[in-house]
Design a protein around this ligand. Structure first.
Ligand SMILES: Cc1cc2nc3c(=O)[nH]c(=O)nc-3n(C[C@H](O)[C@H](O)[C@H](O)COP(=O)(O)OP(=O)(O)OC[C@H]3O[C@@H](n4cnc5c(N)ncnc54)[C@H](O)[C@@H]3O)c2cc1C
Length: 429
């Protein structure tokens, strides 16, 4: 069996490695093996054991998470599920290290890596797929395979070539910031999530610690993208003194899928990870889902040849396993993030033990946590009380206003000015 996989990060490398280990001839095509994927790099410990990722690449273990509402009200939480376990923490990684590790594993399993860009593909009579790739020197090559897997991220060219309609993407922006030792010590095992119109009208801003820096970022829907840099400034302003002595080492940005594809199989082409829109709406989390999808896609391809199953088994398996979780997270995003009132309410709800328990059970184990009848009653009661308090009894004022609307040209100039003012910038968005 011959398989071509486009994109050698999370989803692509897992699919390629699994298929090569099962005896397939796999060509893994990546347009730039040196690229650092802009990413917060937060993953649940479950990913390490499930996908054989060495623990040596862990940069930090976050055991404490703070949610900071628009008014500055802060809720501190221990990262802990219903039944406390030793590995109740959020793992922080550098994406370039994770991607290199996964790519090496795929090659060790027998996948052949080609550093080239996918151009287009077509399905030929006889069930073969012909894929055109282009090397840096302009040389072109056609690869023939039984199946093509598109794991080429948000804005996937494979999806476009397979006939998927254009989808909208959010934009996410992040700075890697070095801090003096005493400021860094504060973020030793702590992550922060900021909410407010000044941070993002749609999502949240984050401060995630790595071994030698913190990653500070935010994301927003395309209609707000002109103000991306202003929102990032908003996160830094709110973190304030905690980022004293900050030195920017990298400014990076990337589209983030915000449209989940229910159709993941187009003839003999499968979409995996960001290419298939597999990013959780409330958190922007996509690494685990991309890894999981890569494995599911590999199984479906193996099933096609071993047992004559249909590739659509992949689409069904994905929907069955994660469909309802994504539906719930999309609902939660609308319920919690879309106005300052809702964000204050959400922050208060984070104080509720049931909310913390269910959140971390779901995050750590990647399953919809079981909600018992008492939990329903407790959530309904706390939800109503917090709504009345925030709406009527003691509404809190936001600390900062939303940045003003600006044109794309003004946004470009503002971002350029900010970039030029930065120290040691390696890459601009
Ligand atoms: C700023 C930001 C912060 C984030 N933070 C987190 C986080 O903390 N935790 C989390 O779980 N998720 C996070 N995400 C989401 C996460 O980064 C993605 O969901 C994840 O990278 C998806 O992996 P993937 O393998 O599907 O795609 P990608 O990682 O995007 O990989 C796609 C690969 O395909 C290659 N490629 C693209 N086009 C071509 C082509 N034409 N030919 C050949 N190769 C090609 C690319 O070079 C790339 O290597 C974040 C995203 C952003 C933008």
């Amino acid at each position: 069996m011959d398989v071509v996989v486009i994109g050698a990060n999370c989803g692509g490398s897992i699919a390629a490695g699994d298929l090569a280990a099962a005896g397939a001839n796999v060509i893994l095509v990546e347009r730039d093996v040196t690229r650092k994927k802009p990413c917060g790099g937060a993953i649940p410990p479950k990913a390490m054991s499930e996908f054989g990722i060495p623990r040596s690449i862990i940069e930090r273990k976050v055991t404490r998470a703070a949610v900071i509402g628009p008014s500055g009200v802060t809720v501190e939480m221990d990262v802990r599920g219903t039944v406390p376990r030793e590995d109740d923490y959020i793992i922080m990684l550098k994406r370039e290290v994770l991607d290199r590790t996964l790519r090496d594993k795929a090659q060790d399993a027998g996948a052949q890596l080609r550093e080239a860009a996918f151009v287009s593909h077509d399905e030929q009579s006889g069930g073969k797929v012909r894929t055109k790739i282009r090397y840096r020197d302009g040389r072109e090559e056609y690869l023939t395979s039984d199946v093509l897997i598109g794991a080429d991220g948000a804005g996937s060219l494979v999806a476009k070539s397979a006939g998927r309609k254009p989808v909208r993407h959010a934009s996410a922006i992040q700075e890697r910031i070095e801090l003096p030792d005493d400021a860094m010590a504060y973020y030793e095992n702590r992550a922060e999530l900021y909410l407010g119109d000044d941070i993002s009208p749609d999502f949240y801003g984050w401060v995630f610690p790595k071994a030698d820096h913190v990653a500070v970022g935010t994301g927003c829907r395309p209609e707000h993208a002109n103000r991306s840099y202003a929102f990032l400034e908003g996160v830094k302003a709110r973190a304030g003194i905690k980022l004293r002595g900050a030195r920017r080492i990298l400014l990076e940005g990337h589209p983030l899928p915000m449209h989940r594809n229910k159709k993941l199989v187009f003839g003999r082409t499968l979409l995996v990870g960001d290419a298939g829109g597999m990013v959780a709406h409330t958190s922007g989390e996509g690494i685990y889902f991309s890894l999981a999808a890569g494995r599911m896609a590999a199984r479906a391809v193996g099933g096609l040849f071993g047992f004559g199953e249909k590739l659509e088994a992949y689409e069904k398996a994905w929907q069955k396993r994660y469909g309802s979780m994504f539906d719930f997270l999309e609902f939660l995003e609308r319920a919690a993030y879309t106005s300052n009132f809702k964000r204050e309410w959400f922050t208060d709800m984070c104080r509720v033990n049931t909310v913390q328990r269910l959140t971390f059970d779901s995050y750590l184990f990647k399953d919809m946590a079981t909600v018992k009848p008492f939990d329903h009653v407790n959530l309904a009661y706390e939800g109503a009380v917090n709504a009345v308090v925030n709406w009527w009894l003691a509404p809190r004022k936001p600390l900062c206003e939303a940045p003003p609307q600006i044109t794309a040209k003004e946004a470009l100039l503002a971002t350029r000015a900010a970039v030029n003012a930065g120290v040691g910038v390696e890459e601009a968005v």
